[in-house]
Write a new protein. Structure first.
Length: 258
């Protein structure tokens, strides 16, 4: 399991100011637009995820004092956001004896939801009773509802792919737009239109990060992932004479020495 303190290179007792300074330094170093390594996206994502947890005293305290792992959520009595650690603690007490032996085997059921439903949260019915599926739920998460363990399956999406709490999507621009930069109007998973600024000189396959436009985190309600937009650059297969002339005036060489 990734240690967020190690990712940022700080001690566990580091101050919030030290955490912020460490994040800014690493974010500048490993930003996909600056860092040329093959692992730039992975490194930047790890740094961002670590900072999201450690920058807030509440989420940091929950991370520093984890509760026993088990079923991810109880939804039958979750009228509001609640404290997921208290929920996990109660469930552990119910399911485990003092000596740590399982006392009860719960029947299991499966539900299928869309990625849009996982983004907003949704409701389902079990034995005639409605229960809530929390926003940000991940595929494989388990809910304890009225004595049943509900396994959540989140369907694949045609346009968006989920990575932890980040969302990945792709767009296509032409070579001139890549050279000069362009602003793209993109419809996010929630149906809302957002503006994505593609910087001039971007290379094929690079990612543009839009902070805070990804999936909500199901454990930490004030934490949200980012939207990662992968830019593909296409070359037109046919040009008019006027287009060819314009491009040749911009830049063209007939021969060169390799």
């Amino acid at each position: 399991m990734t240690n967020h303190y190690d990712v940022l290179g700080v001690a566990k007792n580091a101050s919030q100011d030290d955490i912020k300074k460490a994040y800014r330094k690493l974010a500048q170093k490993y930003h996909p637009d600056r860092y040329e390594g093959d692992d730039s996206t992975t490194k930047f994502q790890e740094i961002s995820n670590a900072y999201k947890i450690l920058k807030d005293p509440n989420t940091r305290a929950a991370y520093d004092n984890p509760q026993p792992e088990g079923f991810a959520f109880r939804t039958s009595d979750m009228g509001g956001p609640g404290n997921i650690n208290d929920i996990l603690r109660t469930m552990a007490e119910e399911m485990m004896g003092r000596g740590g032996h399982r006392q009860q085997q719960y029947p299991m059921a499966n539900i299928n939801i869309s990625l849009e439903e996982a983004y907003t949260g949704t409701k389902r019915t079990l034995n005639g009773n409605e229960f809530s599926v929390p926003a940000g739920v991940r595929s494989g998460n388990q809910l304890l509802v009225d004595g049943f363990v509900i396994v959540v399956n989140v369907a694949r999406h045609a346009k968006f792919k989920r990575s932890n709490d980040d969302l990945l999507t792709a767009i296509q621009i032409n070579a001139v737009e890549a050279m000069l930069g362009i602003e793209c109007n993109l419809t996010n998973i929630d149906g809302k239109l957002i503006k994505v600024k593609i910087p001039a000189g971007i290379q094929n396959g690079k990612l543009v990060r839009v902070a805070g436009k990804g999936m909500p985190n199901p454990e930490y309600h004030n934490v949200r992932g980012d939207l990662l937009v992968q830019v593909g650059i296409f070359i037109p297969q046919s040009l008019t004479d006027e287009e060819k002339e314009s491009i040749m005036k911009l830049y063209h060489r007939k021969t060169f020495d390799a």
